[in-house]
Each structure stands twice: as C-alpha cells, then as structure tokens.
Ligand binder design. Structure first.
Ligand code: IPE
Ligand code: IPE
Ligand code: MG
Length: 245
C-alpha cells in the first residue's frame, strides 16, 4: 500500500501497488525531433527518466521493474543509432551501479546478450553478478529482447529434454514454459507504454497474459514520478477478473 495525495483533487488515497511493472520506454526519437536534435539525444535524455523510474519504483515498493531498452527488431535502425544505444547500458551502469547495489537493487537482464558488443555484455554481466544476492527491487533490463525469441528459446530447450527423454510431452505445461523464459520473473501486473503508441511491440508476450495496460501520451524523456504514480492510480481503478466473475 502506498499513501498518496492526488495533487489535482487533494484527495488522499491508499494505492495498492502492482508487484511487477513493465515499461515500454518509447518516444525518445520524437522528443529529440521536437527540439531539432538528433535522435540519439533523446536516448541520452531518456536515461534520466530511467533513474527516476527506478527511484519511484523503490519508493512505491514495487517488487520488479522491467524496462524495455532494446528489442530484437531495433537492430534494423540506422547503424549509428544502434551503436549509440548499445553503449548506453555500460554508461548507465558505470555511473549508477554502485548506488543501485547500495540500495540493495538486483540487476537482471532479459534478452539474448550473446549478440551484444563485448563491452556491453561484460558491463551487464558484471552488474548481474555483483547484485545477485540483493533482495530489494528486481530491476530487469530487456536488452535485445523479443517476446517471440524468448518463447522460441524456451521451446527449443524443452524440445532438447523431450528428445533426451528427461521430459515427456505430456509434462509440458504453462509452469514449465514460464520457468524456461529469460525473465524468470512472475507475471506482469501492469504494462506502461509512453509516447501514445498502443501496442506491445513484441514485449513480454507470455508474461502479459493478464496484465493491465496503461498508455500515456507523455514521451519517455518526459516521464517523471507523477506520471508513474498516475499509472498506479489508473491501475487501482481497474477490476482484475482473470477470467472469473
Ligand atoms: C524508444 O524510443 C527507445 C528505443 C526503442 C530504444 P524510440 O527511439 O522508439 O523513439 P520514437 O518512437 O522514434 O519517438
Ligand atoms: C519498442 O519501441 C521497443 C523499445 C521501447 C525498446 P519501438 O519504437 O521499437 O516499437 P515500434 O516500432 O513503434 O512498434
Ligand atoms: Mg519508438
């Protein structure tokens, strides 16, 4: 529960907090374009919003925060932009890992890191290893992540076990598939997407089966604490039925 006074209505409310929030951080390019800047400047500015979102998630008591940083489809962008995006995780961790670690944050990565440049891979591996025993916020970076790719990997790994005889086809159930996904985190309760687009773009397809969706027009570099809390307020106004009545 999170105590919160709505700045518009001045009404105090107790918000129940979703355990797992996932954010599609979209609109960096448009933010830059609006200012006549190159797209990469939008990505740089977006890092500040990442910091603020992590702080807010901790303040609210969210268990896991998954951030969509680079999709399996984002490789089709101009090479200059891709190479800039690939440098950001290392830059971010160089400045922030120490503090995250002190705050007991556990850093995780979902996605195929084998395709990342070596320096990027080493930086994220170091962050994972250093924070592996931390018990605070789970901060998951979806990096070279695709929901379909994740399901393909899971199915391959099950197929290997079926072939070797350690798993029978009848034993395959949704728990087994869930356990073989890259994220190893629980189902998503709330997906937030910035920039006005209303689609999932291959994000957490399996884990979002019953997620609530919150779309905001705010571009990612402008997404601040108040917008995050707004999303939590909107989540509180929903009735989750999970197929029941
Ligand atoms: C999101 O912003 C960041 C990544 C996809 C890496 P975009 O770069 O997609 O920004 P827009 O959608 O072009 O404005
Ligand atoms: C989704 O945004 C990927 C990330 C935020 C990392 P995109 O901007 O790549 O998605 P589309 O192309 O608009 O669907
Ligand atoms: Mg986009």
């Amino acid at each position: 529960m999170f105590k919160w006074v709505n700045p518009k209505t001045k009404i105090e409310a107790e918000l129940s907090v979703p355990e797992h929030v996932a954010i599609i951080m979209d609109g960096n390019g448009r933010w830059a374009k609006k200012r006549g800047l190159p797209r990469i400047m939008g990505h740089r500015e977006g890092m500040k919003s990442i910091r603020e979102a992590v702080r807010t998630a901790q303040e609210l008591g969210i268990r896991s925060l998954t951030l969509y940083a680079f999709s399996t489809e984002n490789w089709t962008r101009p090479e200059e932009e891709v190479s800039f995006l690939m440098k950001l995780p290392k830059q971010f961790l160089e400045t922030d890992l120490k503090e995250l670690h002190e705050q007991n944050v556990r850093v995780l990565v979902a996605g195929d890191t084998s395709k990342l440049p070596r320096e990027t891979r080493e930086a994220v591996d170091e962050a994972r290893e250093r924070t592996v025993a931390n018990t605070g916020l789970n901060l998951v970076f979806a990096l070279n992540y695709g929901g379909r790719d994740e399901l393909v990997q899971a199915m391959r790994s099950i197929a290997v076990d079926v072939q070797s005889g350690s798993v029978r086809a009848d034993d395959i159930d949704d728990r087994m598939i869930g356990e073989r996904l890259m994220t190893h985190v629980q189902d998503v309760d709330l997906v937030i997407r910035t920039s006005g687009e209303q689609r999932l773009s291959n994000f957490l397809l399996w884990q979002s089966a019953y997620a609530e969706l919150h779309f905001t027009e705010v571009l990612w570099p402008e997404f601040k604490r108040e917008h995050f809390v707004e999303a939590i307020e909107s989540y509180n106004a929903r009735t989750r039925r999970f197929g029941g009545v």
